[in-house]
Design a protein around this ligand. Structure first.
Ligand code: GLN
Length: 535
């Protein structure tokens, strides 16, 4: 049954950032989906960058890439992992995008001599982007997460757009405000004052929250709920606690216990249908919490002090671990810390080695050492994007004896450019949105490869984000010496996957399989990688 008029839920955050608005929004969406509603999730980011593609991971964590090639916020990764449906360009809006379209309309003369202002022009464009998802008739409920914290100057136009939409839509829209209830260990008390202040801040902007989710380390009792309800004009059954849990994947079940979905549906005048079964989800959680095996994967990258930079990879490892009944522990290894003298000590006991994606020359040496160590010691190796290019460079140098073989990204003057700039990239001058982005088809050319065993089909589709590629001029030499191209782009002949068949499991992929791994569909390559480590 379709809902005649789409409903809109806005998720705002107060008190502090990093409370997990993305996980909360995804968990609620999961529950509503399990009750038969078609749900879309959207993130509004208040920064002025047009997209996070140009942002350093230290600033913003991982850049997540959608099927249609948008470089987006990492929360979209959570949306896909929880809902098991792909997102697109429309699911991530930034202030940069809003201003870009308003300014180009102004240049075209669309505003006919009017003064262009934040209200109504910027807020109208925000509202248009919010309504786009609902207007297609595809979704019953659109959940929009407002990035940042209420009170930030940058968020003001978004909160104003939410105020206007609530006014226009009445009971078809509601606001969930996520705050923190800190615990003071000195007095053994949970404190609600920051939440009260945060709601006041929202009220100053004309927005009355309908539901409050209180993030807390300890159980929140009825008395505290009643107090919060009294100070914020929110009904007590709509004051919900979100107690810290060991895994983000437990949050939907916690929110189910709190009846967050029921409260939301009632407020939106939608029927509370029987929950479809969450059996698959519970099965995953059961395997996650009761593993029979344990494996350790060394993840070699240059942003390892910031785990968010590799969010989709670490989540894909969690999914693949559960699929193999194994607990996967990631040993984070800073590529710049690896040297010839310590590589053995640092990597010897790892079950498998994963070399992460990346850009630029920093940390390349350590990554090459890691690839060599894995290849020479028959340790399962998974190279993703730059990690695949590293495996190729290492093989060229130490097996083909092409001294100084390199990627032209790292050494433009190398005598052996085994990884080189793609033809289409040679004319590119802008940085933003100009890489090879989004989903491309790839043909697996051998039924004997490890990758074919994993996917069990000949044509696959995976998402890309890179400028450089395997240089086909060297392919015959590589194949003769034992590194095979086992996945090829059917239209361009670009090498998308290399493999060393004689090795226990040595696979390099030019694409990013991690973006497609979800709780209910763990990625076949990650599953196969973990299985090979267990074997
Ligand atoms: N820097 C490499 C390229 O542009 C790899 C990119 C990546 O790992 N995502 O080709």
């Amino acid at each position: 049954m379709k809902v005649a008029d789409s409903r809109y839920i806005f998720v705002t955050g107060g008190v502090t950032s990093s409370l997990g608005k993305g996980i909360l929004a995804s968990s609620l969406a999961k529950l509503l989906q399990s009750r038969g509603y078609a749900v879309a999730l959207q993130k509004l980011d208040p920064y002025i960058n047009v997209d996070p593609g140009t942002l350093n991971p230290y600033e913003h964590g991982e850049c997540y890439v959608t099927e249609d090639g948008a470089e987006t916020d990492l929360d979209l990764g959570h949306y896909e992992r929880f809902l098991n449906i792909p997102t697109s360009q429309a699911n991530n809006v930034t202030t940069g995008k809003i201003y870009q379209s308003v300014i180009s309309k102004e240049r075209r003369g669309d505003y006919l001599g009017k003064t262009v202002q934040i209200i109504p022009h910027i807020t109208d464009e925000i509202k248009r982007r919010i309504k786009i998802l609902g207007s297609k008739g595809k979704y019953d409920i659109v959940i929009t997460e407002i990035g940042g914290t209420v009170g930030d100057i940058e968020s003001l136009p978004y909160v104003e757009a939410v105020r206007q939409l609530k006014w226009e839509m009445g009971s078809r829209a509601l606001v969930i405000h996520l705050t923190l209830v800190p615990y003071l260990s000195a007095t053994g008390e949970l404190k609600t004052k920051p939440t009260q202040h945060s709601v006041k801040q929202l009220l100053e902007n004309g927005v009355q929250p309908d539901v409050l989710v209180l993030r807390t380390e300890h159980h929140i009792d009825e008395q505290i709920r009643a107090k919060v309800a009294l100070f914020t004009n929110v009904s007590i059954d709509a004051v919900v606690q979100s107690v810290d849990v060991p895994s983000i994947y437990e949050v939907p079940l916690k929110m189910l216990e709190e009846k967050l979905d029921v409260t939301v549906l009632r407020k939106l005048d939608l029927p509370v249908r029987e929950p479809a079964d969450l059996e698959d989800w519970k099965g995953f959680l059961h395997r996650l919490k009761n593993p029979e095996h344990a494996v350790e994967i060394a993840l070699v990258g240059k942003y390892v002090e910031l785990h968010d930079a590799y969010k989709s990879i670490s989540e894909a490892l969690v999914h693949a671990g559960a699929a193999n009944n194994a607990r996967v522990t990631v040993r984070w290894i800073h590529s710049e810390s690896l040297t010839e003298a310590n590589v053995e000590k640092k990597l010897r006991s790892a079950g498998g080695i994963l070399v992460a994606p990346g850009f630029g020359h920093r940390g390349i040496k350590g990554k090459i050492l890691a690839a060599r160590f894995a290849r020479e010691n028959n340790i399962p190796y998974f190279g993703i994007c730059l990690g695949m290019q590293i495996a190729v460079i290492e093989f060229a140098r130490h097996v083909l004896h092409l001294e100084e073989a390199d990627s032209t990204e790292i050494n433009p003057g190398t005598p052996h450019p085994v990884i080189d700039l793609m033809e289409q990239q040679k004319e590119v001058t802008d940085f933003g949105g100009t890489m090879r982005l989004g989903a491309y088809e790839c043909r697996l050319i051998s039924r004997k490869s490890k990758v074919f065993e994993a996917y069990n089909k000949l044509t696959i589709s995976e998402r890309h984000r890179h400028r450089f590629e395997f240089n086909n001029a060297y392919l015959p030499q590589f194949e003769k010496a034992g590194m095979k191209a086992v996945g090829i782009n059917p239209d361009t002949d670009l090498v998308e996957i290399v493999e060393i068949p004689a090795h226990k499991w040595f696979v390099g992929v030019q694409f990013h399989p991690e973006y497609r791994s979800t709780v209910l569909n763990p990625h076949p390559l990650f599953v196969s990688f973990i299985r090979s480590v267990l074997a």
